[in-house]
Design a protein around this ligand. Structure first.
Ligand code: ADP
Length: 163
């Protein structure tokens, strides 16, 4: 039974992330999408909101589970009995950071292997931070996130305006 963890902030989840989930869920038995609960990192959506959003947009993938975690990724992997970590790569700029993190994780736990999946070209320029910027200024994020996430963004920025 191959169990893999796809960790990230997913603030919010984008079509680029979903593409990685769809592709990687085909070659593992269970894919655990893990939202990092990092109180140091300022996020637009709470961890609970992100978990709920991820559950909604991965409904069509029966072997995907969504969880949140706090602390070290390798400890979470041990906890859920996963030996594989999936990360997505957009461009060379992602590489250095991802490579360092993979090496760090291997040092902490040799049993956990990281594999990288390259983005599909159409999602290459999509990142959660650009989505937030576009949505904040009322631009269209269509084709970049599912309709459900677009609605969540609209609601979030509307409720912020009202405050
Ligand atoms: P983190 O804060 O851990 O980088 P993100 O939610 O930004 O979390 O990203 C999670 C993973 O998904 C990372 O490996 C990132 O490189 C990858 N990723 C982000 N956007 C895309 C995309 N458009 N295509 C493919 N992979 C992506």
């Amino acid at each position: 039974m191959l169990r893999a963890v796809y960790p990230g902030s997913f603030d919010p989840v984008t079509n680029g992330h979903i593409d990685i989930m769809e592709r990687s869920s085909k070659f593992v038995n269970t894919l655990i999408v893990a939202v990092l609960d990092n109180p140091e990192k300022k996020s637009l959506f709470t961890v609970e909101e992100r978990v709920a959003q991820l559950k909604e947009v991965t409904k069509h993938l029966p072997n995907v589970e969504v969880r949140s975690f706090y602390g070290l990724l390798v400890d979470f992997c041990r906890q859920v009995d996963a030996k594989l970590v999936i990360r997505g790569l957009r461009a060379v700029t992602d590489f250095e950071y991802e490579f360092k993190m993979a090496l760090g994780n291997r040092k902490l736990n040799e049993d956990v292997e990281t594999i990288f999946i390259s983005t599909s070209t159409k999602y290459m320029f999509i990142s959660s931070s650009t989505i937030k910027e576009i949505a904040m200024f009322g631009g269209s994020v269509e084709d970049m996130v599912p309709q459900y996430i677009k609605n969540c963004l609209d609601e979030k920025f509307k409720s912020r305006e009202e405050k």
